[in-house]
Design a protein around this ligand. Sequence first.
Ligand code: HEC
Length: 141
Amino acid sequence: MRPLVLLSGAVALLAIAGGAYLLSGGDAGRTTTGSGTPMASVTVPELSGELARGRELFDASCASCHGANAAGRAGIAPPLVHMIYEPGHHADGAFFLAAARGVRQHHWSFGDMPAVPDVTPQEVAAITAYVRALQRASGIF
Ligand code: HEC
């Protein structure tokens, strides 16, 4: 009796592991590495007014890919708190264009960013101010 119980336990474990493997394949088309974990270490400053509003909007429209605090999500999308996106390399206009038209993959290998048409230019301005505040607090400017 006993070996049979052990055997069926092992089969059940294998089935669970296999299921988890299949589930984790959901992001496979986007890139090769990682699983949504943060890619940058971000210092979050005091946020009020427009910056707090920017965070809400970012969380609603951008964080699913760029991660909480714009720290990126391995395998999904890059951190915006990153030297590549400091104001001298990507001026604020890049944020408006990204939301309005999307972004063709060029700096990373996450695939293209689709347009996010439901954010207004005023909302993108607040999101950009929020990301700039995160960048400054994290030593990127
Ligand atoms: C579906 C996933 C996804 C969502 C949602 C998303 N992004 Fe992106 N974004 C990406 C990826 C992937 C890239 C990197 C493209 C590359 O350079 O390879 C990117 C790049 C960018 C860039 C750099 C643009 C450039 O000129 O290089 C900015 C700015 C940006 N995103 C802002 C935003 C903002 C603001 C939002 C929310 C309104 C947002 N993204 C929502 C996936 C996403």
